[in-house]
Design a protein around this ligand. Structure first.
Ligand code: C2E
Ligand code: MG
Ligand code: MG
Length: 499
């Protein structure tokens, strides 16, 4: 600094300085020498600006580029760098590495029913739990949403990745206290190994992702390794996606009808309309194969409106044929329930078929109605003022506020199949079913048990006072013409065991 000042008469640069309070801070300093007529330096003029804030902003930008703000974990870009480096090292040392892609199960339900700030807290807790079981050198990153990536930079055998996945699963065993709700969360993990399953970051992540989906579809709370035939399945999903947009205009959707029966009398009160896709190459596909795709791709409202129109058309036809009076239950997905003109769509389908409102029964899940309660109330009031019935589907699997249930004036609760399944062997499920039936009675709602498959289940539910049943024990969802044959019989009761 001094030599430049002497030689050139000016200097500028970054220096550390100290404030009066002793704090050290960075400043940008420019010094100029002032000379008199004789050319002697008489003064120095220095101008400085405080760089503290700019430095902080720079660091923040660096941080944002590489880290996730919510969890403070490295982000995907940062993970990309780490994996590239680990791949180089693995190559040099003739070692393998593993990527684990982790997705929280049912995160969407929590986020939708308890709110986004609860969702955020859950992600932070999940991040801490995963971190707590990782070894030194192992990196955890948040890939986005409720997905995390874990890098095991050196493994000598893929089984080490399985051990890591099990440790992570154990880390989630204890329940989490989240804004006064105690929840247990689980995760699904897909594993890909370098170099076996891919030689670069993108391929390893894509294959871990395919494995993760496999883990999800085989019952959640599990981990799966990538295998080559998962690729074939991924291609099939793509084919479904690309053909779904044409399914409506090609009239490839059909409704099947599953009877809903009054327990006390065996009378068929109505049916649940369940959509199927008659796929030209893959055959008859159930909703599990395409509803979520339709939701993601934004087709669900069109598909759902078709279901409403078709159910009304079919009902009117049956009424003209003089069949016994019955109601049809239709399932609405969240997006459909939130569409502005839902009640007009319903009204139009009813009037153009000459139907009264009370022949339709709208099924929505708890998470759909608990999310955004104020708009829910308006929608429900509109639907109910048209005389339609409202059922809460899959009851017991989401989170409901009981006072809202009462406010919503739901007509029916449908006990989810998962609780019915283990009656009478599992004492928890038995107790839950009992409690739902009692609660519904006290709130003046009807109870429908879904998925009744055995006579034991039927008997138990009957003793508890359950109003209606639906299940394979009585009938599977049937094409319209087969359903009509059932309707012609007076009643539908379970086959009695031959003594
Ligand atoms: P959900 O509304 O809970 O429908 C009941 C599901 O349980 C149906 O499956 C039915 O076939 C099945 N089920 C009924 N009884 C038994 C039984 O005794 N044992 C067993 N194992 N299963 C039984 P499905 O038809 O595959 O439908 C699955 C889900 O897809 C439905 O669950 C519903 O959420 C959705 N879904 C169906 N149709 C539509 C639709 O038109 N629109 C929308 N948005 N969703 C639909
Ligand atoms: Mg349903
Ligand atoms: Mg259900």
């Amino acid at each position: 600094m001094w030599s430049l000042l002497n030689e050139q008469g000016s200097w500028q640069g970054e220096v550390w300085n100290r404030r009066k309070n002793g704090e050290i801070y960075p400043e940008w300093l420019a010094i100029n020498a002032v000379r008199n007529l004789l050319g002697e330096v008489t003064h120095y003029v220095a101008i400085f600006s405080d760089l503290t804030e700019r430095k902080a902003a720079d660091e923040r930008i660096q941080f944002l580029a590489h880290f996730d703000v919510l969890t403070n974990l490295p982000n995907r870009a940062h993970m990309h760098d780490r994996v590239d480096l680990a791949i180089q090292n693995a190559n040099r040392d003739g070692q393998r590495l593993a990527l684990l892609l982790l997705d929280l199960d049912r995160f969407k339900t929590v986020n939708e029913s308890l709110g986004h700030s609860a969702g955020d807290t859950l992600l932070q807790v999940a991040a801490d739990r995963i971190k707590s079981v990782l070894g030194p050198g192992e990196t955890l990153a948040r890939q986005g949403g409720d997905e995390f990536i874990i890098l095991l930079p050196v493994i000598s055998d893929p089984s080490e990745a399985a051990i890591a996945a099990e440790k992570i699963r154990d880390a989630f065993v204890d329940s989490i206290d989240l804004h006064n709700h105690v929840l247990t969360i689980t995760s699904s993990i897909g594993i890909s190994v370098y170099p076996d399953d891919g030689r670069d970051f993108e391929t390893l992540v894509r294959n871990a992702d395919a494995a993760m989906y496999h883990a999800k579809s085989s019952g959640r709370n599990s981990y799966k390794f990538y295998t080559a035939d998962l690729n074939a399945r991924a291609r099939e999903t793509l084919a479904v996606e690309s053909q779904l947009r044409f399914a409506l205009e090609r009239s490839e959707f059909v409704l099947h009808y599953q009877p809903q029966v009054e327990m006390a009398t065996g009378r068929i009160l109505g049916a649940e309309a369940l959509i199927r896709w008659q796929h030209p190459a893959l055959g008859l596909l159930g909703p599990a194969r395409f509803i979520s795709v339709a939701e993601e791709r934004g087709f669900i409202v069109q598909v759902g409106n078709w279901v409403i129109r078709e159910a009304c058309r079919q009902l009117a036809e049956w009424q003209r044929e003089g069949l016994p009076k019955l109601s049809l239950a239709i399932n609405l997905s969240a997006l459909q329930f939130r569409q502005q003109d839902l009640s007009e769509v319903l009204q139009r389908s009813l009037t153009s078929n000459g139907l009264a409102g009370n022949v339709l029964d709208i099924e929505v899940t708890e998470s759909v109605i608990m999310d955004d309660v104020s708009s829910t109330i308006q929608t429900i009031d509109a639907i109910k003022s048209m005389g339609l019935q409202l059922s809460i589907d899959d009851f017991g699997t989401g989170y409901s506020s009981l006072s809202y249930l009462k406010r919503f004036k739901a007509d029916k609760l449908k006990i989810d199949r998962s609780f019915v399944q283990d009656i009478p062997n599992d004492s928890d499920d038995t107790a839950i079913s009992k409690a739902i039936i009692n609660m519904a009675k006290n709130l003046n709602m009807k109870v429908v048990a879904e998925g009744v498959e055995t006579l034991e289940q039927w008997q138990f539910l009957r003793e508890q006072g359950c109003d209606q049943v639906q299940g394979y024990l009585l009938a599977k969802p049937l094409p319209a013409e087969d359903f009509v044959k059932l309707l012609l019989n007076e009643t539908l009761l379970p086959p009695q065991p031959s003594s």
